[in-house]
Ligand binder design. Structure first.
Ligand code: HEM
Length: 222
C-alpha cells in the first residue's frame, strides 16, 4: 500500500482550499457586480436600495445572501488555509509565493468585510464605524490622514460611503481575485517542482527504506 505522509495530506488540503478560495472570490465578485446594478452608495439611500434589492428585485435576496455568505466564507477559508499551510510547513522559502499571497489574501478578505460595514448604512454599521474610526484616528502620526482618506474629509456621510464602496468594490475585490490566482498558481508550481525533485533525488525516507532493503538482502545472503 502507498505510504501517505502527514505533510502530503496537508499539502493536498491546501491545494483544495485554494480552489475553494478562488471559487468564493469569484462568486462574491460576480454577485457584488449584480448588486451594484441596484445598490446606491449614498448615505440616506443605501439602506433603502438594499431593502429594494431584497424585496422587489427578482432573485435579489438570493444574490444578496450569496454575496454575504461567499464573502464571510472567504474569510473563514482563508484563515483555515493559513493554519493548514503552517502545519504543512509551507512557510518555508520554497513556498514563499503561496505563503505571502495567502496572508495578503486573508487581509484583503478581512478588509472587504470591514469596508462593507458602512455600506448598508444601518444603525449598527454606522455606530460601529464611528467607534472603529476613533481607534484608527488614535494611531500616532498617520491616524489623522487615515481617517481623512477613509471618510473623505472627516465627517461620516455620503462621501464616506462612496470612499468605502470604491475601496471595497474596485481595489480590494480586484486585489483579492488577483491574490487568489497567484496563491493557487504558487501552490501548483511548487507541487510540480517537488514532484520533479522526488523523481530525480530520492527523499530521506526513500533512502532509508532502500538501505534497509540492502541490509536485509545482505543478511539473507550471509
Ligand atoms: C472578491 C470580491 C468581494 C468580496 C470577498 C466581498 C465581500 C463582502 C462582504 C464580506 C460583505 C459584508 C457582508 C455582510 O454583511 O456580512 C460585502 C458587502 C457588500 N459588497 Fe462585497 N465583496 C466583493 C466584491 C464586491 C463588488 C465587486 C461589489 C460591487 C461592485 C460589492 C458590493 C457590496 C455591497 C453593496 C455590499 C453591502 C451589502 C450588505 O451590507 O449586505 N462587493 N461584500
Amino acid at each position: 500500500m502507498k505510504n501517505i505522509s502527514y505533510e502530503f495530506v496537508l499539502r493536498r488540503l491546501s491545494t483544495v482550499l485554494s480552489v475553494a478560495i478562488i471559487s468564493l472570490s469569484v462568486m462574491a465578485a460576480v454577485t457584488g457586480i449584480l448588486l451594484s446594478f441596484y445598490y446606491e452608495p449614498v448615505a440616506g439611500r443605501a439602506y433603502q436600495s438594499l431593502n429594494w434589492i431584497n424585496t422587489e428585485i427578482a432573485n435579489g435576496a438570493l444574490i444578496h445572501s450569496i454575496h454575504d455568505l461567499a464573502g464571510n466564507a472567504l474569510i473563514v477559508t482563508a484563515l483555515i488555509q493559513i493554519v493548514v499551510m503552517f502545519l504543512g510547513r509551507q512557510f518555508r522559502s520554497s513556498w514563499l509565493t503561496a505563503w505571502i499571497s495567502g496572508i495578503l489574501l486573508t487581509l484583503s478578505a478581512i478588509g472587504l468585510s470591514w469596508t462593507a460595514m458602512l455600506l448598508d448604512w444601518s444603525q449598527i454599521g454606522y455606530w460601529r464605524f464611528r467607534i472603529e474610526l476613533s481607534t484608527i484616528e488614535a494611531i500616532p502620526l498617520i491616524g489623522g490622514s487615515l481617517r481623512n482618506i477613509l471618510t473623505g474629509g472627516g465627517a461620516v456621510n455620503t462621501t464616506t460611503v462612496a470612499h468605502l464602496y470604491t475601496i471595497h468594490s474596485y481595489l480590494l475585490s480586484v486585489g483579492a481575485i488577483v491574490l487568489a490566482i497567484i496563491h493557487l498558481w504558487g501552490l501548483l508550481q511548487q507541487e510540480k517542482e517537488m514532484k520533479g525533485a522526488t523523481v530525480e533525488t530520492p527523499t530521506a525516507a526513500v533512502k532509508l527504506e532502500r538501505s534497509q532493503q540492502e541490509r536485509n538482502f545482505s543478511q539473507t545472503l550471509s
